[in-house]
Design a protein around this ligand. Structure first.
Ligand SMILES: Cc1cc2nc3c(=O)[nH]c(=O)nc-3n(C[C@H](O)[C@H](O)[C@H](O)COP(=O)(O)OP(=O)(O)OC[C@H]3O[C@@H](n4cnc5c(N)ncnc54)[C@H](O)[C@@H]3O)c2cc1C
Length: 383
């Protein structure tokens, strides 16, 4: 229990505990096997959906269970007790894919897809990044061209798409005009559309149990109903989406650090060297003290930013700060945890080894550390 847990409401504590129990019963016993296999069973979505875990942050009238940014953090904290970021982000890909559908999609489209994704019957993924444009999101070239009957023809390629291999619905950012920022438009593309090709899972440093895909769009035709909002609203939808995506990544960051800290702490109690437990060495105690301090600071900042989001405040820059602080903390604390485990920390069956690989994505995904610093320095009036 830390100083900020006391401020959680009963409902938030129950949500956190529900997610934690689910992770300990349904994920943790299989996490090593699923990570090594590079996938987790599709049924896990339905199990999570049946107890409302996929509906956190979504409105009840669309099949969600309500809640805001803080509730999303509670569900991440609980699910990460499964000790695999891969499963948590795989289960959570709809958290970044559905908000543009909920906010900008037509009623028939929302009714058709949101509920079944939140029940875990279908999987949704967000496709923005392209082989030629990642940080420079407005540099994307995937083109959607309007046809005479109102439908759209999509051509282009996407890469690094989380859950892209298995997704039934893809929320795809396209270019509908040459206006750099004002020419972007989101569409939903169903996986069985002719002309859509989906790669095998890409091999990665970490997040092994989540699949990551390359997508090809070769004259893929979608009806007008699949367009999210008016043409040209894609950049606005994207910026709104980044807020919760980056907050969630901050959640993965401090949670990864907290798990590594807990495991390292257990190790210094149990492991002995030179006739005493490792905690008998001041240098290791102090390393743990630093790890604990950084982890708490990262969690406190992320909580405060989540509370500000829930109050309706715009905090694009503060989210960027939380994302960077938590990512740096996760990388540093997992590095230290591996060090405290010694040789065992370098072995595949040791959880801190996995956490240290998983942490490396955090300063890259969802907007890199450098892009976050650009956002922060712009707010400081330096750009
Ligand atoms: C495991 C994984 C899962 C992912 N999941 C998804 C997903 O579900 N959907 C999706 O759309 N994308 C996804 N991504 C893509 C991810 O968001 C991008 O990789 C990320 O935004 C960086 O883009 P990039 O890889 O093209 O790097 P680049 O943009 O090519 O950047 C390369 C380097 O240049 C730096 N750089 C670029 N521009 C600037 C600048 N202006 N100032 C200073 N430095 C700069 C970057 O910080 C970085 O260090 C995923 C990536 C990975 C690895």
């Amino acid at each position: 229990m830390s100083i900020i847990d006391a401020s959680l409401t009963e409902a938030q504590k129950i949500l956190q505990e529900t997610a934690r129990r689910f992770a300990r019963e349904e994920i943790l016993p299989h996490s090593h096997e699923w990570e090594e296999a590079g996938e987790f069973p599709r049924e896990l979505y339905e199990k999570a959906g049946s107890i409302g875990l996929l509906g956190v942050g979504f409105p009840e009238e669309l099949g969600g269970v309500g809640g805001g940014a803080l509730e999303i953090l509670m569900s991440i904290e609980g699910l990460m007790e499964g000790m695999t970021t891969g499963v948590t982000v795989g289960l959570g890909s709809h958290q970044i894919a559905l908000p543009p559908v909920v906010e900008f999609g037509s009623d028939p489209l929302r009714r058709r897809i949101v509920d079944e994704v939140l029940r875990g019957e279908k999987i949704a993924a967000l496709a923005i990044t392209e082989p030629g444009a990642g940080s420079d999101v407005a540099g994307i070239t995937t083109r959607a061209t309007r046809r005479d009957d109102g439908s759209y023809r999509i051509n282009g390629a996407k890469t690094f798409i989380t859950s892209g291999v298995r997704a039934d619905y893809l929320t795809v950012l396209t270019r509908t005009s040459d206006d750099k920022h004002g020419g972007l438009t989101f569409f939903v593309v169903e996986r069985d559309r002719e002309g859509l090709s989906i790669s095998k899972p890409l091999k990665k440093t970490g997040w092994w149990s989540s699949d990551t895909a390359e997508l090809g769009f070769d004259d893929v035709v979608v009806p007008e109903e699949n367009r999210l909002g008016a043409e040209g609203t894609g950049f606005l939808a994207l910026m709104k989406n980044f807020q919760l995506e980056r907050l969630a990544l901050a959640g993965y960051g401090y949670t990864t650090a907290a798990l590594a800290l807990r495991l390292a702490r257990e190790n210094v109690e149990e492991r002995r060297a030179f006739g005493r437990p490792l905690k008998g060495f001041q240098v290791l105690r102090h390393r743990l003290a630093d790890m604990a301090t950084k982890t708490l600071a990262a969690r406190v900042l992320t909580f405060e930013v989540a509370r500000a989001i829930d109050r309706g405040e715009s905090c694009f820059e503060e989210v960027a700060m939380a994302k960077n602080l938590t990512a740096e903390t996760a990388v540093a604390v997992t590095y230290d945890a591996v060090q405290i485990f010694g040789g065992a920390g370098y072995m595949r069956e040791t959880v801190v080894e996995r956490l240290s690989r998983d942490a490396r994505l955090l300063p890259i995904g969802g907007g890199t550390q450098e892009i976050m610093k650009e956002i922060i320095s712009r707010q400081m009036g330096l750009v």
